[in-house]
Design a protein around this ligand. Structure first.
Ligand SMILES: [Zn+2]
Length: 320
């Protein structure tokens, strides 16, 4: 992967910055999962270390190859399982005092930087300001506000956003070989997160659950069908959150096709969703109630039955 494989102005900007004298000592790449913070940090790090000619990273020089195999001696990666403690930060700072082996500088990548303990962050402060040698830090986070303001203020912040639908579709079709139709659906379902779109594409569970939800919806015509419809989903208690998410998305799409402004997200379900039987707006309200019941420990079976009674017009039965 090179800068030119990444769409957007952030990559363009970083490309020129990494190849100029403007590079700073600490970058913070902040953005939700799936927005490319890690991919771009990797490309930047390789560009800084690349010894090839022409566009950097070249992906071909010994340095690029070592980086890609995960064995570059001048790269330090901190990837926490739970947290990054002060000891690990001290070890890292000590390692920076040693002259780099192969390059002119060290590169330190801190994944999930928000997992540094406050002590670890404090230990890092001075080094971030004046790192030994020409070391460059990349801190990645999807929760920037969990970091100490003093850390944040010492980094150049680069914010990552979810992509526009059309950009996500281009990546999903171009780099991941999806059909345009599938890519469009997934780009919308994932709200422009390419990582999430790929995950959903490969998730049998998601499509199975969605199928079950659609079957339950199509079985529900009146209060007399509530038991049967709930039964279709009552076994899937572990998927409760996902089922309510899918129902909510269906309700939203129904609302849009009934009377609201906006674009249908699940274009493959046009003509499939029961827009003739349920009002999308009313259904959204019922789902919100269902979420409240679920979080106040009402059984999943009862949550489903109440929800479907609400939807099928039997709401009065459940009012106390
Ligand atoms: Zn190279």
């Amino acid at each position: 992967m090179k800068f030119s494989d990444i769409i957007g102005s952030t990559a363009d900007h970083l490309r020129s910055e990494m190849q100029s004298a403007q590079v700073v000592h600490a970058y913070m790449f902040a953005g939700p999962a799936g927005t490319g913070t890690r991919t771009l940090a990797d490309i930047c790090a390789r560009a800084l270390l690349c010894t090839g000619k022409g566009e950097k990273p070249c992906d071909e020089c010994p340095s690029c190859r070592q980086y890609m195999s995960g064995n570059h001696p001048d790269v330090i990666r901190l990837q926490p399982e739970k947290s990054i403690g002060v000891e690990l930060i001290r070890e890292t700072i000590d390692a920076l005092a040693i002259h780099p082996y192969e390059s002119s500088r060290h590169v330190v990548l801190i994944y999930d930087a928000d997992k540094m303990t406050p002590q670890a962050q404090n230990a890092l402060l001075k080094t971030l300001e004046t790192p030994p040698g020409d070391a460059v830090f990349f801190l990645m986070t999807d929760q920037m506000t969990s970091l100490l303001p003093t850390i944040i203020s010492r980094c150049r912040i680069v914010r990552f956003r979810l992509l526009e639908d059309k950009d996500a579709v281009n990546i999903l079709t171009g780099q991941h070989g999806m059909t345009t139709e599938r890519a469009r659906l997934l780009a919308r379902l994932s709200m422009g997160s390419v990582g999430r779109a790929i995950e959903m594409d490969g998730s049998e569970q998601y499509w199975k659950t969605r199928d079950l939800v659609l079957r339950a919806l199509s079985a529900l015509h009146g209060p007399e069908d509530v038991g049967a419809a709930a039964l279709m989903l009552s076994e899937s208690k572990e998927q409760a959150g996902s089922i309510l998410d899918i129902l909510e998305l269906c309700a939203r799409d129904m609302m849009v096709s009934q009377d609201a402004d906006g674009e249908v997200i699940q274009t493959d379900l046009v003509g499939v969703l029961p827009t003739d039987r349920f009002g999308g707006a009313q259904m959204l309200g019922s789902i919100m109630e269902a979420r409240k019941r679920l979080s106040s420990n009402v059984s999943w079976q009862s949550v489903l039955e109440m929800l479907f009674f609400d939807m099928a017009g039997g709401k009065h039965l459940w009012q106390q």
